[in-house]
Design a protein around this ligand. Sequence first.
Ligand SMILES: [Zn+2]
Length: 442
Amino acid sequence: MPPPPADATRRYVADAVVTMNGDARILRPGAIEVDGDRLTWVGSPDDAVPAAGTDVVAVGGLLMPGLVNAHGHSAMTLLRGAGDGLPLDRWLADVIWPREARLTAEDVYWGMLLGSAELLRSGVTTTCEQYFHPRAVAQAAVESGIRCVLTPGIFDLPGGGAPVTWQDCLDEAAQLHADVHGRQGRLSIGLGPHSTYAVPDEGLAAVAKVATELDALVHIHVAETRSEDDAVRLRLGCSAPELLARLGVLDCRVLAAHSVWLSDGDLDLFGEFDVAVAHCPQSNCKLGSGVASVPSMLERGLRVGLGTDGPASNDNLDLWEEMRLAPLLARGIARDPGALGTADALGLATRLGADALRVEAGSLEAGRLADFIRLDVDDAAFVPGVSAEDILAHLVWAASSRHVTDVWVGGRQIVRDRACTTVDDAGVRREVSTRARRLAGV
Ligand SMILES: [Zn+2]
């Protein structure tokens, strides 16, 4: 069959389409139409208008929105597994930061390329990244084809390498924003001040000023551990969110990663300032940090997404695991199976996560970005699938990333038959392994 003309609308017909739109509508069978990088129509194949020039592709299986990773440092594939068993403060100071001080831009490029391919293969189409050497992160993300909200890491980096200051990082981030933001459809630039403990107050105030000028997303770790909360209270007599409010940071568009140790007053503050949250249950459990109260956040109408965090504290980039762990923890802690619903868990990984990043994806509806994935449902995990509710339940409680076969970002197919077409996986794995040994001093 000859390829369709470049401007042709393409219609994908599947056995099931899980839209994750406002009604979480499920179509069996279903179809979506794509024109350029946007969805133009979603519905039953019987209702599709037989327009001339529409290229119809029968894909079978199940189509759903691509998953959204709301918090990651994916280039840390270079440090996967490092420092297991340590609490966050010692894990950072004794293991992670000394190795990160030795990172070159080329290391980060290869680490991010490997991370991007891993994310894409598991069905993640958008990732929000915070890391060093942001131009290397950007280059790898663009080459892989993933949609990336890149918030360059800003802080004073301790360790044995060349000194890095928050001011250097902020200048570099602002320059990157000027150079590329809004010029490449899949890449947007925000600011990533690390935390209240790794950036001095004057640095956070300076970030807030620049973010306001640029209308940039501020992506920051907040109240990840009890010791972080204790330290701010000891120093200033207030919580980390209260400090961020005082410094003007909450006046910006803020994405607060983790947000484990929040009081009711802090949650109200987040509601007042419309702060979005990236919930990272697996990282928080692995580092023994605690469990964020997602039900309390959703009750207040907060935009909550799910994050893998870096692959040194997870240790993979499989968001399906977060999607299952989030409701497991919420229900187990509350002793209430209604504490976090199945459709809500799927929403955290798709539509709500996209809303947290303010990316027009996460839902299959006309006008949204054509970021979608296909799952093989010819598998025990999708049996019996009697009702539409069963399909949602099977996705959250029985399915996994191994069911993802194909991935499209902005209408472009990136993963085909489980292989990432943009990345030479074996070559990148070898490159990252060699560089990781150097960073570990082996
Ligand atoms: Zn993090």
